[in-house]
Design a protein around this ligand. Structure first.
Ligand code: ZN
Ligand code: CU
Length: 485
């Protein structure tokens, strides 16, 4: 029996990520792996943490992020590790930092400007060059990266308002092959957004053809999450069927007052199709979304908060109607003046959000936008909000289920081997927290704030967050997708 460890966690209430009922034990870690889970009262650790009954869970996996640049510009990743996230899935919504084999347009084509509105980070000609940069300058969290279809379009097409022609499709497909060989886990699309909306379903299918060979998956911000949501689900499923790869429906929601309540219909439709093909989905725990500012989105929202504006940075954090009044113009004119800009849009129903969160296959993803001056609070508080507000206060699910939705389920869906679970032999990615106090602190009015109740966060056996701040450890790795044998 081994009795000395690099890191020994005593008196943990283990919620192991599989939905299994919690149990009490000690955890012995050597190097980057969990070695022993049992009574280790006669063992010692070079570092010891006595949890006194607090929870040890697998590190949270953020199923949906836009952290492509954050990992390089702010490798401590405070918005993520401070809420217990140890792995992020990046490159979502069609938006990835790489590959960009030619100069990015100035101004940066929206929504690529969500990552960097100056364009200087779009400097990686190949996906491999980008992943190499991540490896050369590791961040606190692990990451698994998608290649974005909108990025591929900007990289290969001069007229983005057309469907890609055969030569452009071939060029994009080659970039997908390069990315997959370098270690990408799949392709994402943002068919809802202007430059990608011109892409017919067939364009996406052709670009995604190489995914099967490289065990990739297809993630999508669907073309329509409002009136046409069922058609968009069907489009997503068709892309999955024709390319024979799993699909991930990103941030599933139903938008617009007249669609409130339709999650009953969408979830039933998703469930029915899950019997025929692999389908996954994620969700953020809020009734407001956030992306680039547009009048058509503002018009259909009950409230709009501006999150950033290049010409008018002073208006970040203020409501659009108040900004328009101050400017002495209509809201439509105010939007035109503020661009390029971002916003938070209130246009979902709380009942739908709760049903989608409760749906057994739903994973938790933040969709946080780390470069916004006044970001949506999901950036800092998604995971503690699920565990505090939705689990403890509203009792939508058990702690075991809530943790599963942010760990084991996500690791299985994305093929992240030996992550997302606490078991002997698994990687030591752990989030230690107080079940009674874990909670969101960031709000729409005060969006940048550390969550409550997070004790310690461990990535690959190294403590990255303790006593309310990031340590100097940067153990994050680039993860690839491995299928179960
Ligand atoms: Zn999106
Ligand atoms: Cu997104």
């Amino acid at each position: 029996m081994q009795n000395s460890f690099d890191l020994l966690i005593r008196n943990a209430t283990i919620v192991d990520g599989t939905k299994a009922v919690r149990y009490t034990a000690d955890i012995g870690i050597n190097g980057d792996r969990i070695i022993k889970i049992c009574d280790l009262s006669s063992s010692t650790g070079k570092t010891e943490i006595d949890l006194k009954g607090q929870v040890a869970a697998p590190g949270f996996i953020d199923a949906h992020t836009h952290d492509d640049r954050l990992m390089l510009s702010n490798p401590e990743m405070t918005p993520k590790v401070s809420q217990g996230v140890t792995t992020i899935i990046g490159g979502n919504c069609g938006v990835s930092l790489a590959p960009m084999p030619r100069p990015i347009p100035d101004p940066v084509t929206p929504p690529l400007n969500l990552l960097d509105d100056e364009g200087k980070w779009f400097k990686f000609a190949t996906f491999k060059a980008y992943l190499d940069a991540l490896r050369a300058q590791p961040s606190t969290t692990n990451r698994a990266m998608l290649v974005g279809h909108t990025t591929l379009r900007v990289a290969t097409m001069d007229d983005l308002e057309q469907p890609a022609n055969a030569a452009q499709i071939a060029a994009m497909r080659e970039l997908v092959v390069e990315a997959m060989q370098a270690g990408a886990i799949g392709v994402s699309t943002g068919l809802f957004y202007e430059p990608a909306v011109a892409a017919p379903t067939e364009e996406v299918i052709e670009i995604c053809r190489p995914l099967k060979k490289y065990n990739g998956l297809y993630c999508t911000h669907m073309r329509d999450e409002a009136d046409g949501v069922i058609d968009s689900l069907e489009e997503t499923f068709r892309i999955g069927r024709e390319t024979d790869v799993p699909v991930v429906i990103s941030h599933h929601k139903v938008i617009g007052a007249k669609n409130y309540g339709r999650s009953d219909e969408t979830l039933a439709y998703i469930q029915k199709n899950m019997a025929k093909q692999p389908i996954c989905l994620d969700c953020y725990p809020y009734t407001a979304g956030s992306t680039v500012l547009s009048y058509s989105r503002a018009e259909t929202s009950s409230r709009v908060i501006v999150t950033w504006s290049k010409p008018f940075p002073q208006y970040a954090g203020q409501d659009l109607d108040k900004i328009a009044k101050q400017m002495g113009v209509s809201e439509k004119e105010a939007v035109a003046k503020l661009l390029p800009a971002g916003a938070i849009y209130f246009r979902m129903d709380e009942g739908d959000v709760q049903k989608i969160l409760q749906f057994a296959p739903t994973m938790i993803g933040s969709d946080g936008l780390p470069h916004d001056a006044s970001p949506h609070p999901r950036l800092w508080s998604t995971f503690p909000r699920v565990l505090g507000h939705y689990r403890r206060s509203l009792k939508l699910f058990s702690l075991e289920t809530a943790v599963h939705k942010m760990t084991g389920l996500t690791a299985t869906n994305f093929g992240l081997t030996d992550r997302g679970v606490i078991k002997e032999g698994a990687f030591a990615d752990l989030t230690l927290f107080d079940e009674a106090t874990i909670d969101e602190v960031a709000t729409y009015d005060n969006p940048i704030a550390l969550a409550k109740g997070i004790h310690t966060v461990i990535v690959n056996g190294e403590v990255v967050w303790a006593q309310g701040k990031a340590t100097s450890a940067r153990p994050g790795r680039v993860l690839s997708r491995v299928l179960p044998a």
